[in-house]
Design a binder for this molecule. Sequence first.
Ligand code: ARG
Length: 454
Amino acid sequence: MWGGRFAGGPDAVMAEINASIGTDKRLWRQDLAGSRAHVQMLGAQNILEAADVDAILQGLAQIEAEYEADGVPEVLALEDIHMTVETRLRELIGPAAGRLHTARSRNDQVATDFRLWVRQACLEADAALKAFITALLLRAEDHADTILPGFTHLQIAQPVTLGHHLMAYVEMAMRDRSRFHDAAARMNECPLGSAALAGTGFPIDRAATATALGFARPTANSLDSVSDRDFALDYLSAAALAGLHLSRLAEELIIWASQPYGFITLPDAWSTGSSIMPQKRNPDAAELVRAKSGLFLAAFQRLAVIMKGLPLAYSKDMQDDKRPVFNAHDTLALCLTAMTGMVETITFNKSRMRAAAASGFSTATDLADWLVREAKIPFREAHDITGRSVRAAEAKGTDLDGLSDEELAAIDPRLTPAVRSVLSVEASVASRTSFGGTAPANVRAAIAAARQRL
Ligand code: ARG
């Protein structure tokens, strides 16, 4: 393809380090689509004759059929997907194949192929997140008034509803969707026709190829077009945040499945046993999601480090851009599918959750708020009275409701028996009706709103 200038061939290791076909063969559909759009445009602009355009299109169709069937042989010396396709085209249709590369370079070709691939990956991530959200919404609806402890510092803080807790992950996943959506919209410009770096003297129609490939418009600057990989970094950063969210949920499932908590039971389908401890039921899938989600951050860093020192325009370093993106894509799909499956099938152990929610003096804030509301005591003073109540209950080995009327009155005369109405976990969650709060009524409204947004 470029041997004209050379007297000798490459060293065997040169061929090996130079080749990317093992990785970039995944771009074959995009490469064929880009070539099709390009050659049709060349025909429409009278840069190529109709007979050559037809022959090239027929050859490309044949190559597509071969890829659909069992691929095209990989030859290291052919370096990449672009040369592999063009070489096969030459075998099929002869020298006319050489006209396909008119007004084009592999630099704009790979930038186009890769954008097409990553744009599709954004759509796939979006669809997988939508399925994940759908699963969360169903479970949140079932458990709009199931009560579990809410934690801060992993210490029992206040009772919350499970529906509310699950809806927190819906919010994260919605933001993830919007990030993939933004990324897809931002990358939706076509670099094809930027040629090697400077554009071309042929009278090409970049708007036509952009439209043919479903892009909103051609990219504006040829140097940027062939040297930009922001679109892949955008994808990886969206994946990194989605992975971070999946990892947090995985972590919670692991904790909740642990016997001292016992909040959930994972079904057989998402658990594994131990080869030595017959009683074990391990949350391996959740643990692996937690582990794998680190890969997205690594992939982002890998590509950012490749790019950060590169002068304009293309450098061969950029050939190493694909593997982190492909790995991230495959891992994200696997993690989202696994988490969706787990969310759909977890058993929530309501009585364990409720019992835990009622422990740890979780309604102490409700008591303080009651003093503020009913006895018009400043919150800081109410906090102190409540703190003394907790201390008394702890000394007695009971919860707040276990203090007698006399004991409460001894702490502060304004603690009348009427306070008992706010000490249950049910009353506590039902009272939290501020916008975004955990009350079951709010959860149902949030689910309805989320369904609208979905
Ligand atoms: N395989 C190359 C890549 O992925 C294609 C572009 C090669 N361009 C070049 N001038 N050698 O980046």
